[in-house]
Design a protein around this ligand. Structure first.
Ligand code: CDP
Ligand code: CDP
Length: 204
């Protein structure tokens, strides 16, 4: 069975948390597409050419824990505006989406560009302050020495770059179900997402 769930939204909205839970609930595979851009960004920080890094990306590169830092996130959003970088990553994502047994992909352009025909599309969002607060807590738990203001500025800079770029900007697909997680617990957000996906499965 091919069944693709596309989950898009701004930084730290809860896409990854929801995607993992949806994938586990339905027994689907999950791809965090942000890791592709982070892996390219990390290579560029180490001196690589962005397009060559994207073309040479190995799935093993996605398992590197150092991809979770704010510096890599910024580098990711900088190389994510390059058309040839994005096109080098399309095939891998589309193949993943079409795997037998169902797939959840989360990112910025999954429902609009990578899988415009996805079976279910969610747009997960929350206020910038709320998202920054969550990311700040995560980074503090990992021992990273950053202020809330720095994390908020980082999130806002990336959102603006992601929303305003010419190619595959962050925008909700017209047929996406919106989930604003600002006032939801993780359990409530996950339940809303599972309901939305179940409705699409039932409608098949
Ligand atoms: O993948 P994305 O960057 O959109 O966000 P995430 O890494 O899944 O979530 C960011 C943080 O927000 C995590 O620590 C979640 O536990 C927390 N959170 C959430 O995802 N949803 C809520 N309704 C409340 C908190
Ligand atoms: O976890 P968080 O939401 O903070 O970021 P991420 O999903 O890991 O994405 C890092 C950066 O990669 C984003 O700010 C985007 O610039 C870029 N990205 C993208 O352009 N398209 C995607 N499908 C996923 C990420």
């Amino acid at each position: 069975m091919i069944f693709t769930v596309a989950i898009d939204g701004p930084a730290a909205a809860g896409k990854g948390t929801i995607s993992k839970a949806v994938a586990a609930h339905f027994g689907f595979a999950h791809l965090d597409t942000g890791l592709l851009y982070r892996a390219v960004g990390a290579k560029v920080l180490n001196g690589a050419d962005p397009v060559a890094a994207a073309r040479g990306l190995d799935p093993i590169d996605l398992e590197d824990e150092s991809l979770r830092t704010p510096a890599v996130a910024q580098a990711a959003s900088e190389i994510a505006v390059i058309v040839d970088v994005r096109s080098a990553l399309v095939d891998f994502q589309r193949k993943f989406a079409a795997r037998d047994g169902g797939a959840v992909l989360d990112g910025r352009d999954i429902g609009t560009v990578i899988c415009p025909d996805a079976n279910a599309k969610l747009f997960v969002t929350a206020s910038a302050e709320c998202r920054a607060e969550r990311r700040f807590k995560e980074l503090a738990e990992k021992g990273m020495d950053l202020t809330f203001e720095q994390v908020l500025a980082d999130v806002k800079t990336r959102d603006a770059r992601d929303r305003n770029r010419a190619t595959a900007p962050l925008v909700a697909a017209t047929d996406a179900v919106f989930i604003d997680t600002s006032d939801l617990t993780v359990a409530q957000a996950v339940a809303a997402a599972i309901d939305a996906v179940q409705a699409r499965l039932d409608a098949r």
